[in-house]
Ligand binder design. Structure first.
Ligand code: AMP
Length: 280
């Protein structure tokens, strides 16, 4: 991969990169389309599929994570991806379980709240694998989804802090027609849970309505209580967190106004789903 990337660089080709964990859906493909726009007709679009073990805690769904490489390959082919990179664990982390791999990249500020609070080792795995992928693919531009808002913020910060010579672009969240944000993990939901899973987008919608209905800032704790009650109307749903914050700095907000960002994580049955939006 790196040899190819170095050749593209020598040839002056522009490279757009979309890292994923596979089991692709239209959210991923929208990032691929954006990568093509940004790389240009003469440029190269690279997608990667790697279910990165270092971003899963031992209790999480690493082995159950959905995989369908044959289908992913054909989706990438149809979407005009030039190179699909799907390394093995042995290639990415040679000897990780026997002391042969020991370097990690950690962002120490934006990665702390929300997802970082619920999944303390998660972002260290994400920044490590994304740094490695950047060094392998050597992209000019890398595209991430707004669906994982905190992740995008952490990666943008890492890119700046560690002087990766590339631009990070964040593309909008793609949703199913009933509002559920597309996610590979939606596959885990049984039909009953699938219906209840719209509670995340409904919570965002309610918060937007509350915020746009008044000109005054709204107390974040009061709004959290209201949203907690809304999520509790779904028997299969259990709220992990709901947070209000500044979309750029991720600094938490005590008063919620138009433009404040909201993120939430909800277990629907055993499946943990996340969503977020700017409230306007
Ligand atoms: P994943 O395969 O879930 O690790 O996601 C790979 C990339 O796709 C990340 O940048 C995600 O933020 C992005 N992504 C996942 N779901 C969506 C979605 N519904 N809309 C837009 N981007 C998404």
């Amino acid at each position: 991969m790196q040899r190819l990337a170095l050749r593209w660089r020598r040839e002056g080709k522009r490279v757009g990169f979309v890292p994923t964990m596979g089991y692709l859906h239209d959210g991923h493909m929208s990032l691929v389309r954006r990568a093509r726009q940004l790389a240009g007709k003469q440029g190269i679009v690279v997608a990667s599929i790697y279910v990165n073990p270092t971003q899963f805690a031992p209790t999480e769904d690493l082995s159950a994570y959905p995989r369908d490489l044959a289908r992913d390959k054909s989706l990438c082919r149809d979407a005009g991806v030039d190179v699909l990179f799907f390394p093995s664990d042995a290639e990415m982390y040679p000897g990780r379980n026997s002391g042969g791999y020991s370097t990690y990249v950690v962002e120490k500020r934006l990665a702390l709240g929300m997802e970082g609070n619920s999944r303390p080792t998660h972002f260290g795995g994400v920044t490590t694998v994304v740094a490695k992928l950047f060094n392998l693919v050597l992209p000019d531009v890398a595209i991430f989804g707004a669906k994982d808002w905190q992740q995008a913020a952490v990666i943008r910060r890492m890119t700046r802090d560690l002087n990766f010579p590339l631009k990070v672009v964040v593309a909008p969240t793609r949703r199913e027609s009933d509002g559920l944000a597309m996610s590979s993990r939606n596959k885990y939901l049984n039909p009953n849970e699938r219906k209840q899973a719209t509670i995340l987008s409904r919570a965002l919608k309610l918060a937007k309505e509350v915020v746009t209905a008044t000109r005054k800032p709204i107390n974040a704790d009061l709004l959290k209580k209201r949203l907690t009650a809304l999520v509790a109307t779904q028997p299969a749903a259990r709220l992990d967190y709901v947070e209000f914050f500044d979309g750029q700095t991720l600094q938490s907000a005590e008063a919620v106004t138009r433009g404040t960002h909201m993120a939430l994580a909800v277990f629907v049955g055993k499946t943990r789903l996340i969503d977020n939006a700017e409230l306007r």
